[in-house]
Design a protein around this ligand. Structure first.
Ligand code: URA
Length: 236
């Protein structure tokens, strides 16, 4: 790979900035200053930029606790996206694995690993997603049974069976709290399912996706790299 691309992939700057820096002599490979931006770097090369080693990572994985009010996209000409919340020197190829609605909070994986994203999102794989829901109305076991049979939405969409665990109901403010596990990820799926049983989602937060659980230590808007154990659990 070209030296300027290597450094830009690792978030050291734009290709044009880096070309200038390289020509200025800011980069060494295996201890020797290299001034050619097109110099070919191999995986075993030790690259230093302004004195600091820049190791090559092909794939990166961040767990974000998505806050409400931010869109799940890589970039948007007009407003900040979930990828903009990753404040490290960052790569241009990051994207969120799937989408949460603007007002949904919780677990979102941000990566540049397209194969993993495909595995987690492919409808064939039925990866479990667990959400905490605060809903209008009093949920009952008959709602849970309806979800477990697989409900049909008003537009004819047949949902796969989903598990509804009712956590609490409050007759004073006519709301319920529950956890719902779905195995697919259709547009506004949880909200549409609750609407189909005559309820309304008031607050929605994703707690897990497959083996990956939202770290309770992450406040909304915070993120961290996946641990080695989490990567292993995801098969990476
Ligand atoms: N289902 C929804 O309705 N919204 C989300 O953001 C995620 C699942």
């Amino acid at each position: 790979m070209r030296l300027d691309k290597y450094l830009s992939d690792m978030g050291a700057g734009t290709r044009s900035e880096l070309k200038k820096e390289i020509r200025r002599g800011s980069v060494s490979i295996d201890g020797t200053v290299v001034k050619d931006p097109g110099f070919s770097v191999t995986p075993s090369s030790r690259v230093t930029f302004r004195g600091a080693e820049v190791a090559y990572e092909e794939f990166v994985y961040y767990m974000l606790n998505k806050p409400a009010g931010i869109i799940s996209a890589s970039e948007d000409g007009r407003e900040a996206t979930v990828v903009d919340l990753i404040a490290e020197p960052k790569r241009k190829d990051l994207f969120p694995v799937g989408r949460l609605d603007r007002d949904t909070e919780g677990l979102l994986l941000i990566t540049n690993d397209g194969a993993l994203s495909h595995r987690l999102l492919s409808p064939k794989h039925h990866v479990d997603k667990v959400y905490y829901v605060k809903a209008a109305g009093i949920l009952s076991e008959s709602d849970a049974e309806e979800f477990s049979r697989g409900i049909t939405l008003p537009d004819g969409l047949e949902c796969l069976p989903a598990d509804l665990k009712i956590l609490s109901v409050s007759s004073s403010d006519n709301t319920s709290e529950a956890e719902i596990t779905i195995r697919e990820g259709k547009f506004h799926q949880v909200k549409r399912m609750f609407s189909a049983i005559g309820s309304e989602v008031l607050y929605l937060k994703r707690l897990s996706m497959g083996p990956l659980q939202l770290d309770p230590a992450l406040d909304t808007g915070e993120y961290r790299r996946l641990t080695e154990e989490e990567k292993q659990a995801l098969g990476i």
